[in-house]
Design a protein around this ligand. Structure first.
Ligand SMILES: [Zn+2]
Length: 281
């Protein structure tokens, strides 16, 4: 049974692991858990995540107002609230600044190549949410553009965010993001990744169900197949590597008329329409 006390202990443990693995420096990073439909438990601000105690946690409502706890929540809590709002299936969110993944986020390079089976089956492609000033309302808005379809995001010039059904699960995804970034970086030093074939990507996608992975973090599907019709990410031939590449962002290609055509996934199109409607309000 998951009690509030055990959740406090799990958050302390995740903080310890984030700090000991160098995924955060100083007082960086934050962790939160959905307790029920009214309350969220989260880490306090201005505390090293490696040295927290269970009593330090803060309980807030879904508007970010403090309900209990001696300390105040992190100013980055808004980003967590945005995830809970858009993902009813998510029970925990972890935000950190793991150095290699953050370097990809700083360089503007998404982790979107089909190279590791475990990444394809757990996270799919890992896009970069646009840069936004930390702690402002811009950051939750940037996260909202992608979080409906992804369990792991890079945050441009900032760090990474992962979510899951429980806090250790969300943390393990952060480990996977950083591990994937390290391997991708070294592989590029060694001359570049050899990508997994399109058929294998499709097969791996099928394995997700076997592993009980029902998150909406889409694995990219064949553009000519059902995936495109269902509005999932798409696999295109990468001009650089001539292999399949997981595409989650706007893909540009030449149409028969020679005009540049913007191709969007269904979710991206929905996000753009939502943005436009909001702007009209
Ligand atoms: Zn941060």
């Amino acid at each position: 049974m998951t009690t509030e006390e055990s959740i406090r202990g799990d958050i302390v443990e995740v903080g310890r692991r984030l700090y000991s693995r160098g995924f955060v420096a100083s007082n960086d990073g934050n962790i939160s858990v959905r307790l029920d439909d009214r309350r969220i438990m989260t880490t306090p601000k201005s505390v090293s995540k490696g040295y927290m105690t269970p009593d330090m946690m803060v309980i807030v409502d879904y508007a970010g107002n403090k309900l209990a706890g001696e300390r105040d929540p992190s100013s980055e809590l808004k980003m967590h609230l945005a995830v809970y709002e858009d993902r009813p299936d998510v029970k925990a969110v972890v935000h950190a600044h793991p150095p290699i993944a953050t370097a990809f986020a700083v360089a503007g390079i998404p982790l979107d190549r089909a190279v590791l089976a475990e990444v394809i089956t757990t996270l799919g492609c890992i896009p970069i949410a646009d840069y936004a000033t930390p702690s402002t309302a811009e950051l939750p808005a940037a996260v909202k553009r992608y979080i409906k379809a992804h369990d792991g995001l890079l945050l441009a010039n900032h760090g990474a965010l992962t979510c899951g059904k429980e806090v250790l699960g969300a943390y393990y995804k952060m480990e996977t993001v950083e591990h994937f970034a390290q391997i991708s970086f070294i592989a590029r030093m060694l001359g570049g990744e050899r990508l997994i074939s399109r058929d294998e990507v499709t097969r791996l996608q099928g394995l997700r169900g076997m592993y009980g992975i029902a998150s909406p973090a889409e694995i990219c599907a064949d553009p000519a197949g059902a995936g495109a019709a269902a509005g999932e990410c798409q696999v295109i031939q990468s001009p650089v590597t001539d292999g399949p590449r997981l595409v989650h962002e706007t893909a540009l290609r030449r149409s028969p008329s020679g005009d540049e055509e913007i191709r969007l996934t269904y979710r991206e199109l929905t996000a753009l329409i939502e943005d436009a409607v909001k702007a009209l309000r």
